[in-house]
Design a binder for this molecule. Structure first.
Ligand code: MSP
Length: 666
């Protein structure tokens, strides 16, 4: 199915920068299972990379699809009492419908039952056979049905396939073989000469070590007597094509191999994304097949690890399979995309849990980014008439220059990391700037500047710096969270402009136009309630047991032990809001280091936005109390002062230097 869009190139390209092409693919997923978190991860990664390359100005083609032939599918269809075709149609449609829910927008969705694919596989088989690279022979081997391939003794763990935990069947039959061994030397050289061919490095090393042993030829047929659900071999009607030989070719047929101009345009720029389970077919079978066809190999293979669920392998029988549709319903596509990219270090395994998603959503998205965004826009609304203010570049402070430097450095590092599939690191760079901006607000205290007309120009500069930094954040977040980035851009008055933006056209400081009207729409990321509230851990009661008894304290004094029972800590305010119906109370969310809510009677003395990012001192083990409908888990310390007119002022107690949230006061 063709769902290509036109005009993928941003403005201003092609003048100086040569337009690069990128062709990026996911594996085509077997239709014997419904889409789950693992499929979603690979597909989100691929979509993110595709959007990133478009942001770089590249001409990109993104393909995904379904793998529909083979024993596994035939058996699943039989179990449901339907034909393989009907069965494949149904599940393939499930995959196709799932991706838009995650804001994944492929250009092409290929099915291995597409007639054009079937024809191309047969043409390739005929040619490779004619040139003598396919021969007929008898073979006895250990066949794992889960992998749909023969395994070597070495690959077994305790006699079983390590991926499918089943002992392979010994099969002896006559079949057709692809002379893979002929290309072993070439493949080793190619991998050695192209360090980026297989990444991360651990997988490259794994492949090289496997190639240290002589490579066997690849059995590429199945007798029809055993399996009919496959592409018939064009030179022997008694056999169908082995599913991997059929499946890998999807990467070519999807771009119109051999004659379509798209094939010439995109194949040289092919990058495949897979998980470690299908490393061997992609790193060994596929390049050697391409070599036999006289084609250049793909440019890069990106291999990621496996998602477990709460440290356990995801499996239908355990009943812990995570469905992307349900995740999107609960958290929204942006949060799911951010979570998986931030949580998994590409190449390593990661563990999914609902708590972890909620934690990321509340802490990174609602607190750090969402509050920063809301606070900045509120202040522009309040102090600059809701328009992007005019900065005064003549009065830049050291902190201003530092912020520009940090934004520019982040943009550069982001590009390197995204290009290397180090999404986690790219996101960390962005969040460093977000933290810096939160501190920038606290140190510049716009609410103080607003009190004196003499500081007007400085106030406008500070607000411009916030808005302009946020524009950068929206720009670089676009590939990861397209909807949130679009909302941010729209709020900054950039509707329409961001979609066409590239990093080279829009990644320069100072492009936000003063006078542009902003709009303070809805919250970017409303906080989510934790399924189970984490109560602060109960404090162990101190026992005197055996210790020397201290002298009883004098009148008005407390003993050292009594003092020791008060859990005083440094807490970072991550969110602050007024409590409806109260003039005095603010609801503060703090990190100490676990997250908790504290109600503080300081609303007359502080605006909520000036508190976020500050360090406060709290009593952490005070009995929780319900105040105006909010459960307060502790108390914030403040100094009380009465001025000459008898007005009371509260000043938050804090520490002189920046320290870690949660640090003990003793
Ligand atoms: N049909 C073959 C691929 C042919 S490509 C020419 C196949 N299909 S599959 O449905 O089993 O998909 C395997 C892929 O799904 C993995 O390589 C990975 O991209 C994704 N994942 C499936 N389970 C996964 C996890 N638990 N964790 C991460 N990704 C995993 O193999």
């Amino acid at each position: 199915m063709e769902i290509r869009r036109t005009g993928t190139q941003g403005p201003g390209q092609g003048k100086k920068r040569r337009i690069m092409t990128t062709y990026i693919t996911t594996p085509i997923y077997y239709v014997n299972a419904l889409p789950h978190l693992g499929h979603a991860y690979t597909t989100i990664v691929t979509d993110t990379y595709c959007r990133f390359r478009r942001l770089c100005g590249d001409d990109v083609r993104f393909q995904t699809g379904t793998d529909e032939h083979g024993e596994k599918i035939a058996q699943a269809a039989e179990a449901e009492g339907v034909s393989p075709r009907e069965y494949a149609d149904r599940i393939s449609e499930e995959f196709r419908r799932t991706w838009p829910l995650l804001a994944v927008e492929p250009d092409h969705f290929i099915r291995t039952t597409d007639p054009v694919h079937v024809r191309t596989v047969q043409d390739i088989l005929r040619r490779v056979h004619d040139q003598g690279d396919i021969y007929f022979s008898e073979y006895t081997g250990l066949y794992c049905q889960g992998c749909e391939r023969f395994l070597t003794e070495k690959e077994l763990v305790g006699g079983k396939c390590p991926d499918h935990l089943q002992a392979p069947r010994e099969i002896s039959e006559q079949n057709y073989f692809f002379r893979m061994s002929r290309y072993q030397g070439w493949l080793i050289d190619h991998i050695r000469e192209n360090p980026e061919f297989i990444t991360p490095e651990r997988y490259r090393n794994e492949v090289l070590s496997f190639l240290g042993e002589p490579l066997e030829d690849l059995c590429i047929s199945r007798p029809k007597a055993r399996l009919t659900w496959g592409i018939p071999l064009p030179f022997d009607d008694n056999f169908v094509t082995y599913v991997w030989f059929d499946a890998l070719i999807n990467y070519l047929t999807g771009i119109g191999y051999p004659d379509d101009p798209d094939f010439r345009r995109y194949w040289k720029a092919a990058e495949h994304v897979i998980a470690k389970d299908i490393l061997k077919p992609h790193a060994i079978y596929w390049p050697t097949m391409l070599k036999a066809m006289g084609l250049q190999p793909y440019r890069r293979l990106h291999v990621h690890g496996y998602w477990n669920v709460e440290e356990t392998k995801m499996s239908k029988s355990i009943g812990n399979v995570v469905r992307p549709g349900e995740l999107v319903e609960r958290y929204g596509a942006d949060t799911v995309r951010y979570f998986v990219l931030r949580e998994m270090s590409f190449g390593l395994d990661a563990s999914f849990s609902t708590e972890a998603v909620i934690e990321r959503r509340n802490s990174d998205l609602a607190n750090d980014l969402g509050n920063l965004f809301a606070r900045s826009l509120t202040m522009i609304g309040k102090y600059a008439d809701g328009k992007i203010p005019e900065p005064d570049h003549l009065i830049l402070t050291e902190a201003d220059r530092e912020l520009i430097g940090a934004v520019e450095e982040m943009t550069a590092r982001y590009q390197e990391y995204m290009n290397d599939f180090q999404f986690q690191r790219a996101l960390r760079e962005i969040w460093k700037v977000i933290s810096m901006m939160n501190r920038f607000i606290v140190t510049n205290a716009p609410w103080e500047l607003a009190k004196s007309p003499g500081h007007y120009s400085r106030l406008m500069t500070v607000l411009y710096f916030l808005a302009e930094s946020l524009r950068f954040i929206a720009l670089v977040l676009q590939p990861v969270m397209p909807a949130a980035a679009a909302k941010m851009a729209a709020a900054l008055g950039l509707t329409g402009e961001m979609e066409a933006a590239t990093l080279s056209t829009a990644g320069k400081w100072g492009l936000l136009r003063p006078g542009t009207l902003i709009s303070q729409g809805e919250q970017l990321f409303p906080r989510l309630d934790k399924a189970k509230k984490a109560e602060p851990p109960p404090r162990p009661q101190k026992q005197d047991g055996g210790k020397k008894k201290a002298a009883p304290p004098g009148k008005g004094l407390i003993s050292f032990d009594q003092f020791g029972q008060i859990d005083l800590r440094v807490a970072e305010v991550t969110a602050a809001e007024k409590i409806a119906g109260s003039e005095k109370l603010l609801k503060l969310t703090v990190k100490a280091p676990e997250e908790r809510v504290i109600v503080a009677g300081i609303a007359k003395h502080y605006e909520p936005e000036e508190l976020v990012g500050r360090l406060a001192l709290i009593v952490a083990n005070l009995q929780p109390a319900r105040i105006m409908g909010v459960t307060s888990q502790g108390m914030v310390l403040a100094a009380r002062e009465t001025d000459e007119n008898g007005n009371e002022h509260l000043v938050l107690a804090s520490v002189a230097d920046r320290v870690r949230a949660g640090g003990k006061i003793s």
